[in-house]
Design a binder for this molecule. Structure first.
Ligand code: ADP
Ligand code: MG
Ligand code: ZN
Length: 628
């Protein structure tokens, strides 16, 4: 969290107020200089004189220069018990001393204890002092600005929320695996370095580039690399930081940012998560967000307010270009869009090489094998993977990262932290059957990805896991493959039911079933793989995001909806039957595999297939192996 004076001051003040009352409470109840002798009850001066006349007073101690006295007297109403009371004395009562002497009462005067008085005074002073200090800081913070002290409450300017890096230190070499994007942006570096080359032939230098891609693919890194290559400063701000509680703050931040950038041109302005401000205007449910709209308008104004050849290039990043306001995308603004996608196997290998540069890898480790094992991983995932492996290596006190650590790190990144295995018992047996069920169905169905390993070591939420070697980055998936995946995912529940009976099935299959439903539904509504025919009934994003797509959620009638449900159920039931049939017919090998799994905790894919092949014919799965 960023340190903020304003937050500090705002929280300190109430604490001080409360503290003040406690402080006052501690010092103000009794006269400070009476110390231990303080008496809780008071007696009037007149009554004191009466007591004195009646001879009931035994002892008088004067305090505060004779202004108060603690009187010890006996009270007949209370069986002549000795009472201590406090009496406030009038300023002039000179005859009192004579009277005391006459009556033979012990009396004594105590000098005022000054330290107590000082504490009392401090107690009264400390609160105002702290309050003033606090206010001083508050105002100093907000007046410490270009706008001058006159704009004390200008929160928009009070915190420069954008960061400026004079040198990012990132080069194109540090970005790997997204070659097309790199090539596109290479040109931007030239714009920044030699604008004359373009302006000489009358070309208009683009102002804005929009990087589109899922999180972790290297958009921020790429923007920094451009600044680094061109040797220009890098201003960055996140879209969400524009949007604040106070109306007008975002707009003033935009103004501020562009002002700073103009002073430092040529430079790069990087706006991360631009969708936070750049959403469609005026389409929000429950009224538009005025603050956001103002910010966006200001951004558009600023972008129009300078010429391309001033040397400022704005790079924005988003993973949802679909929600952006059209005005942002028109020529002269973010007219260039560069797609930054998750890398393919070759890209992953390159990214791994970049991140392996500063790591100690055992010579036996092949980055190629890691790249093969990690389809769908983004650059950030891969960087994280190697880092996890390095941490594991250090923890195991090894010299260099070996395949073992890499494997563990992949498992960890994909499935979460390793837990402790269950102790042997019925649960463990059931989980073993569940996992063997997945693996067996997966192995025996021709169109299913091959098993990589089966394990009973829990990870994340899962008590056991079956890993499949995913087919490499294939864009197209056949109907048979989808059905095989559904059957494989149902393999766990099928085994539970076949072995233990309908009443014994467990909640462990919940996750599997969710996947199954989603796959089956997509087969029907998106891919036209059911009896409903080749129709698309749902758009790709099922999500509802405010601002768009709220109204046209379902574009079919009730009748179609019920037919969809029937089709989905049909697919799932078919696949479930397939899975149960496989388990029933291969019960012997299933039993043997379960015993082995409980004994060893983990069986790897090759061993699994070898054992299964002793009992049944294992279909040969031609893996598409991409050329590196
Ligand atoms: P994004 O902004 O797209 O969410 P980042 O640029 O912040 O992703 O990436 C986070 C980290 O992941 C980077 O700092 C880098 O270490 C690593 N990374 C991501 N993509 C790549 C890539 N293409 N090449 C090298 N490293 C990458
Ligand atoms: Mg980022
Ligand atoms: Zn399962």
């Amino acid at each position: 969290m960023k340190f903020s004076w304003r937050v500090l001051v705002l929280w300190t003040l109430p604490a001080l107020v409360i503290g003040f009352f406690f402080w006052q409470g501690a010092f103000a109840t009794a006269p400070a200089d009476m110390g231990k002798n303080a008496a809780s009850t008071r007696m009037t001066f007149g009554r004191f004189l009466e007591y004195l006349d009646a001879g009931r007073v035994k002892q008088v101690d004067f305090y505060e220069g004779g202004r108060t006295a603690i009187v010890e007297a006996v009270d007949p109403a209370l069986d002549d018990r000795l009472q201590r009371v406090r009496v406030d004395l009038p300023a002039s009562a000179p005859e009192l001393i004579t009277k005391l002497k006459d009556k033979g009462v012990n009396f004594d005067a105590h000098p005022a204890r000054n330290d107590g008085a000082i504490w009392g005074l401090l107690g009264n002073l400390i609160f105002p002092v702290l309050l003033i200090t606090g206010l001083f800081f508050l105002f100093r913070r907000s007046s410490n600005l270009p706008g001058g002290p006159g704009q004390a409450m200008n929160f928009g300017k009070s915190r420069a929320r954008f960061q400026m890096e004079a040198k990012t230190g990132v080069k194109f070499d540090d970005v790997a695996g997204i070659e097309e994007a790199k090539e596109e942006l290479q040109e931007v570096v030239t714009f920044l370095k030699q604008p004359e080359r373009f302006t000489a032939v009358g070309a208009r230098i683009p102002k804005g580039v929009l990087l589109v891609g899922p999180p972790g693919t290297g958009k921020t890194l790429l923007a920094k690399a451009i600044a680094g290559e061109a040797g220009v400063p890098f201003f960055s701000i996140s879209g969400s930081e524009f949007v604040e509680m106070f109306v007008g703050v975002g707009a003033s931040r935009v103004r501020d940012l562009f002002k700073k950038a103009k002073d430092n041109a040529p430079c790069i302005i990087f706006i991360d998560e631009i969708d936070a401000v750049g959403r469609q205007r005026g389409a929000g449910i429950g009224g538009g967000n005025d603050e956001r709209e103002q910010t966006l308008n200001q951004l558009l104004t600023e972008m129009d307010g300078f010429e391309g050849n001033t040397g400022i290039i704005i790079i924005a990043a988003t993973n949802r270009p679909d929600v952006l306001d059209a005005a942002l995308l028109r020529p002269g603004r973010f007219d260039r869009q560069v797609i930054v996608d998750a890398p393919d196997i070759k890209g992953r290998l390159e990214i791994l090489s970049v991140h392996a540069r500063n790591k100690k890898l055992d010579p036996s480790v092949s980055l190629e094998a890691i790249a093969r094992r990690t389809p769908g991983f983004t650059g950030a995932d891969l960087a994280n993977l190697l880092n996890e492996a390095a941490i594991l290596t250090a923890r195991r006190r090894k010299e260099a990262i070996t395949l073992l650590e890499i494997d563990d790190a992949v498992d960890r990144v994909v499935a979460g932290m390793e837990g402790t295995p269950l102790i042997d018992g019925k649960s463990k047996r059931l989980i073993a059957y569940h996992e063997v069920g997945h693996a067996l169905v997966g192995t025996l169905l021709k169109d299913h990805d091959p098993v990589q390993k089966v394990t009973l070591v829990p990870r994340g939420q899962a008590q056991g896991l079956t890993w499949f070697t995913p087919s490499e980055d294939q864009g197209l998936i056949t109907r048979a493959q989808l059905r095989a995946r559904i059957a494989g995912a149902l393999g766990g529940r099928a085994a539970e039911e076949v072995i233990f009976g309908r009443e014994e099935v467990t909640t462990g299959a919940g996750n599997d079933l969710q996947q199954v439903s989603s796959m089956a539904r997509q087969m029907v509504t998106r891919f036209g793989m059911s009896d409903l025919g080749p129709v698309s009934l749902e758009s790709q994003t099922g999500e509802v995001f405010l601002g768009r797509d709220w109204m046209n959620r379902s574009d079919y009638s009730e009748a179609i909806a019920s037919r969809i449900d029937t089709q989905v159920r049909q697919i799932v039931e078919d696949c479930y039957e397939t899975a149960k049939k496989i388990i029933r017919e291969h019960r012997t090998v299933a039993d043997r595999l379960v015993d082995l799994l409980i004994e060893k905790e983990t069986i790897d894919g090759d061993e699994f297939r070898r054992i299964v092949s002793e009992y049944a014919e294992v279909p040969d799965k031609q893996q598409f192996v991409p050329q590196l």
